[in-house]
Design a protein around this ligand. Structure first.
Ligand SMILES: Nc1ncnc2c1ncn2[C@@H]1O[C@H](COP(=O)(O)OP(=O)(O)OP(=O)(O)O)[C@@H](O)[C@H]1O
Ligand SMILES: [Mg+2]
Length: 368
């Protein structure tokens, strides 16, 4: 899939702009604060229905405007579509070929994978960053995952408030079983998605990491959870989950929160058998993050039969030449947008389209 034309009206610092990218590599150049990330964000928003950096949609509308409009001509499975996202009086609306659609119906038509400097935190920082990564990537091609996650979070919040209330009103304990049941049912669905995805990700990320490390390193991923000790117990996961809840009743009530469940899941990332978070060098952590992120290209393809559009924001200039070339070779089947402050692919003979951004205005400066 690829974008042929992208129009932004009153989006961030874009007043009214139209960009015609090419099918392969598009370099978005510009000084700081000109609108490069805003352009990337607009494509991400169109594909996912949310921004990767603003939780409030109102922030996306140009200052002094309430509404914005993003419109793209996208080719998906050889068919042209028009896709639009609007913010009208605080309400998001998505249109496919002129008809209002639920956001998840757009998923198969236009998918993006975004890689930005913050993604290095997946390897370096705490478990919440890795859960966020899993959640974001799985919902990218499995829209139902997003709903299961939302349900799980609702159930978890309700159960936590109940645990807090039981402390003051012990008779409420009789209602806890209903919430246990729901937590287990929804939690196990979530865990099954994660286990399946990690199995596939492990294979793909290991392949990529081999390429980036010139064959010297092995990357491996394992699923960390506090319900089952090994995959052999997977068939009994519901029963084990319930038992864990039953045996931790007193502690949960005194803490006022749920101890067991996928809300505390993590993913162990190892390089040559050692925890990359603790022992990895900066370069190893960077390669591991790139491998995890760019694995999505093939995983999306396996799941949807189409290559997603790849968005690389501000990440290229910090890479050495070997890594840049390895990444470029992975992008040869996809449309890609690479932002940087200068054209860092100057010395390379690759076909690229250069779009320069100056204060929210785009100009194609070289089309070879
Ligand atoms: N809602 C908005 N309305 C108008 N302008 C905005 C809005 N939100 C952000 N901006 C402006 O957009 C400008 C460009 O932001 P953007 O993050 O896209 O820059 P960039 O080109 O990626 O810069 P850098 O190279 O520093 O990452 C900023 O100067 C910011 O003030
Ligand atoms: Mg930026």
């Amino acid at each position: 899939m690829f974008i042929e034309e992208l129009k932004l009206i009153h989006y961030r610092n874009y007043e009214n702009e139209c960009i015609m990218p090419q099918k392969g590599i598009n370099i978005i150049v510009g000084e700081n604060a000109q609108g490069k990330t805003n352009l990337i964000e607009a494509m991400f928003f169109l594909s996912r229905g949310y921004s990767h950096r603003a939780s409030n949609v109102a922030e996306l509308a140009q200052w002094d405007h309430d509404d914005f409009f993003i419109n793209a001509r996208v080719v998906s499975e050889g068919v042209k579509h028009t896709l639009s996202a609007k913010n009208l009086q605080g309400k998001r609306q998505f249109l496919l070929d002129g008809k209002v659609k639920k956001r998840d119906k757009i998923n198969g038509i236009f998918n993006t994978i975004l890689f930005e400097p913050d993604d290095l935190k997946i390897v370096k920082e705490g478990p919440d960053k890795r859960r966020r990564f899993l959640n974001q990537e799985i919902s990218g091609f499995r829209p139902e995952y997003h709903y299961i996650l939302r349900d799980y979070e609702k159930i978890l919040n309700q159960r936590n408030s109940l645990l807090k209330n039981i402390h003051y009103q012990p008779s409420l304990i009789t209602t806890l079983e209903v919430w246990d049941e729901q937590l287990v049912q929804t939690g196990v669905r979530l865990m099954n998605h994660r286990i399946r995805y990690l199995h596939r990700l492990n294979r793909e990320a290991n392949n990529l990491h081999k390429i980036l490390s010139l064959g010297n390193e092995t990357l491996s991923l394992s699923y960390l959870n506090n319900i089952i000790d090994s995959m052999e117990e997977l068939s009994e996961i519901k029963m084990i989950f319930k038992k864990r809840l039953e045996s931790s009743r007193e502690e949960e009530i005194s803490r006022g929160s749920t101890i067991y469940g996928p809300h505390v899941d993590d993913m162990l990332i190892q390089i040559n058998g050692k925890d990359a978070r603790r022992y990895g060098s900066q370069g190893q952590q960077r390669s591991a993050a790139i491998s995890l992120k760019l694995s999505q290209i093939e995983i999306y393809y396996d799941n949807t039969g189409e290559y997603p559009v790849v968005l690389l924001d501000d990440i290229f200039s910090e890479l050495d030449e070997h890594r840049r070339n390895s990444i470029l070779s992975l992008l040869n089947k996809t449309q890609a947008f690479i932002t940087c402050t200068e054209d860092i692919l100057n010395d390379q003979c690759i076909e690229k389209n250069i779009i320069e951004i100056v204060q929210g205005k785009a100009q194609v400066i070289n089309n070879n």
